[in-house]
Write a protein that binds this ligand. Structure first.
Ligand code: AMP
Ligand code: ZN
Length: 137
């Protein structure tokens, strides 16, 4: 078994686990990008969100509110980012995971979201919408 998160789930390598149930495990991210940075993973080895069943997705995201509230009680952050990276170069561990990243004043973490709305017309939004609707059907 090559996957590092599968090894953590199986207890073959150490991790600081904060939550476990039949389907999901959560443990501290080794990088601690910010204090309390936690990963939520399915027990089953699934590479990306593209491969998740709806049930697995609901099991993973079902843990988010409880963990979010625990992180807020524990560390009193000013906010929280819930983040998921899929495929390289965004994703570095090929076992799907949700990052829970408490945010603090002066944490120097930048998650930028450029605003392009000034450059778009209503028709552009319609075209984008139609492409998604076509892909969904
Ligand atoms: P991503 O880039 O979204 O795939 O994130 C992978 C995350 O896994 C990174 O934030 C790493 O710090 C974290 N990570 C890698 N190895 C370990 C480990 N052994 N224990 C805990 N977290 C890890
Ligand atoms: Zn795995």
């Amino acid at each position: 078994m090559a996957c590092i998160f599968c090894k953590i789930i199986a207890g073959e390598i150490p991790a600081h686990k904060v939550y476990q149930d039949d389907a999901v495990v959560a443990f501290l991210d080794i990088s601690q990008t910010t204090k309390g940075h936690t990963l939520i993973v399915p027990r089953r080895h699934v590479k990306t969100v593209y491969d998740l069943s709806a049930k697995e997705a609901s099991q993973i995201f079902g843990v988010v509110p409880e963990l979010a509230n625990a992180l807020r009680r524990a560390f009193s952050p000013i906010g929280l980012n819930v983040l998921n990276n899929n495929e390289r170069p965004l994703q570095s561990v090929d076992h799907v995971h949700v990052h829970m990243i408490p945010r603090y004043e002066d944490d120097r973490l930048k998650i930028g979201m450029p605003d392009h709305h000034d450059a778009l017309r209503t028709q552009d939004y319609e075209d984008i919408k139609q492409k998604i609707l076509d892909a969904l059907s």
